[in-house]
Ligand binder design. Structure first.
Ligand SMILES: C[S@@+](CC[C@H](N)C(=O)[O-])C[C@H]1O[C@@H](n2cnc3c(N)ncnc32)[C@H](O)[C@@H]1O
Length: 236
């Protein structure tokens, strides 16, 4: 049964869903990805590292897992995490307070970024684009607020290329993840939405094309985690 919302209800649905799962979100991520997800963010960060960068923005930042990774890689950076689900940022607040690096959260919509043109040197987004109503608008907005020559890293779920791995991944994603989501995350519906939303998200070559059309160039991608995750890197 599909749990995917209609486009005109998606923002409210996604916001309510992440509000409901915010407290257990980090734990679920670590479990579902066998602890690999932070390594994917680190891998992406190495590809966009710029010694002269001053400002970085993470769109759909959630509990802010990308923020300390960016800041540790580039200590000179001021890092801003933007999300439209207040509860996710509140759930990440404790991590932020433990961390002396001092990144900040802002509540806002990735399709209407509250920043001036060319404000950032680096923009990242992790597992958020699948949840956004209009990804073209989001990538165009990220392009608008990035300086010429600035870098983008986008992480999203993908389908493994190897048919056998793909079969195992689909089985895990469609059958096991909702059970873990129900037992640990306390929300079967949210973790049924996850594989269903992934199944209709553009695959890496098509996503690269969309990113290019939205004002980015030199778009490359690599699939990590046996192909279950795609990291796109681009230049403004
Ligand atoms: C799967 S979580 C990813 C969180 C984090 N980036 C990570 O890597 O763990 C997706 C996040 O995107 C946010 N989101 C979805 N649509 C958004 C929008 N239009 N503007 C801002 N944030 C949005 C959700 O609130 C949620 O926190």
């Amino acid at each position: 049964m599909s749990v995917l919302p209609q486009s005109d209800q998606k923002a409210v649905y996604v916001n309510a869903m992440f509000t409901a799962i915010a407290q257990r979100y980090d734990l679920m991520n670590r479990l579902m990805t066998f602890g690999l997800d932070q390594g994917w963010r680190r891998w992406a960060t190495k590809r966009i590292k710029q010694p002269q960068a001053i400002w970085a923005l993470d769109v759909g930042s959630g509990t802010g897992d990308f923020l300390p990774i960016l800041q540790q890689a580039m200590p000179q950076l001021s890092v801003v995490g933007l999300d439209f689900t207040l509860a996710m940022m509140q759930a990440g607040q404790a991590k932020r307070e433990q961390d002396t690096l001092g990144h900040s959260f802002i509540n806002g919509d990735g399709m209407h970024l509250p920043f001036e043109e060319a404000a950032f040197d680096i923009v990242t987004t992790g597992f958020a684009m699948r949840n956004i109503v209009d990804i073209r608008q989001a990538f165009s907005e990220m392009a608008r607020v990035t300086k010429p020559g600035g870098k983008l890293a986008c992480l999203e779920v993908a389908r493994p290329k190897n048919p056998l791995v793909r079969w195992g991944h689909q089985f895990y994603f469609n059958n096991i993840v909702p059970i873990i989501g129900s037992l640990v995350g306390g929300n079967n519906r949210a973790y049924t939405y996850l594989p269903q939303s992934a199944s209709i998200f553009p695959q890496p070559p098509e996503l690269a094309h969309i990113i290019t059309e939205c004002g980015w160039h030199d778009v490359t991608w690599k699939q990590l985690g046996f192909g279950a995750v795609a990291v796109h890197i681009a230049t403004r």
